[in-house]
Design a protein around this ligand. Sequence first.
Ligand SMILES: O=C(O)CCC(=O)C(=O)O
Ligand SMILES: [Fe+2]
Length: 318
Amino acid sequence: MTNIFPGLPLIESPLFPKTKAEMGLNAEEERIANDLHEKGYAILGFPDHHLEERIERIKARLGPHYGINFADPASDKTNSERRIQDAWQFDEDVRAIAANQVVLDLLSKLYGRRAFPFQTLNFPVGTQQDAHTDFVHFSSLPERFMCGVWLAMEDISPDSGPLFYYPGSHRWPAMTNALVGRRGSDRNLASAQDPYGPAWRALCDAYGAQKEIFLPLKGQAVIWSANLLHGGCHQNNPTLTRWSQVTHYYFDDCIYYTPAFSDEAVGQFDLRNLASIADGARRPNRYLGENLPDMLPEKKPRNPNFLRRFGKAIRHRF
Ligand SMILES: O=C(O)CCC(=O)C(=O)O
Ligand SMILES: [Fe+2]
C-alpha cells in the first residue's frame, strides 16, 4: 500500500475512508478503526484468555501498596495513594496486559507503525482528573503516534468516578505552548496539563461538546487517541473502588517528547528516553528512519545539527 501521508496515523488521516480497504482489517478491526477515526476512541473486549486470573493477582499484589482498607466495604477508598506508575517493572501480570500481542498487532495495523507500550498506571479508585489530552504529556514527531488503552478491572459504577471523554475532540486543535502563549521552560506546575485547562474549556464551549461517560464491565477496554479530551468524573461514593490499568503506547520511528515543557519553534524539545515494556529494548528517538544522537551527556552527538534542532534531553515523568 502506498501511503501518501506516512506522517499521520492511518486512522487519523483524512484519507482513511479511502485507504481502509487496503489495511487488511477484519470486521471487528474495521469497527474499531472507524470509531477511532470518527470519535477518537474505540471500545473493545480485552483479548486475553487469562485476564480474569491476572486481574485477581494484580489486585492481591498491588492492593497493599495503596494503603486502602479494601476489606471494609464502608471505608473511604479515596484518601490515600491513587496510582502506581510502572508496576510492570515488578508485576508480570501488569506487564503481560501492557504487552498483549493482540493489542500490539491491532494498534500497529491501525496506526501504520509498530506500537510499543512505554508506561503503565494502575488505579484502585478514580482519578477525578480534569479533562485533558495525553498529547500535552506524550507527543511525537510526526504528531499523534501515541494512544492510551484503559482496561476496566471490575464493573464500573457511575458513582465511582468513571472515565469520561468528548467524542470527536481528537480533531480539535492540539495544545502546544505556542498556541496558549506560554513558555515550556516554566516547569513550576502541579500538573503539566494545568496551563491548558482554560483553553480546553473554551473549546468545549465553542464546539458545544457533549461528555460521554464510560461504564464498562470488567474486561472491557477503551483505546483513546493522543488528542482525545478525557478525564475522570467526580467520585460520588468514596467507599467504591474503580480498579483499572492504563497503558500508554508510542509507535516506532518517531521522536518522543513532552510538549508541555517544550518550545518547538525555538528548538527546545523535552525529549523522552524510552524503552519498550514488551521487549525491554530502548526505543531511540528517530526521525525519518535515522536515530537522533544519544543525548546522554557523556556521549558526543553524531550529528550536531540534530542537537541544535532538537535541543536537550530532559526526562520528565508524567
Ligand atoms: O483513569 C482516569 O481517570 C484517567 C487516566 C488518564 O487520563 C491517563 O492515564 O491518561
Ligand atoms: Fe490521560
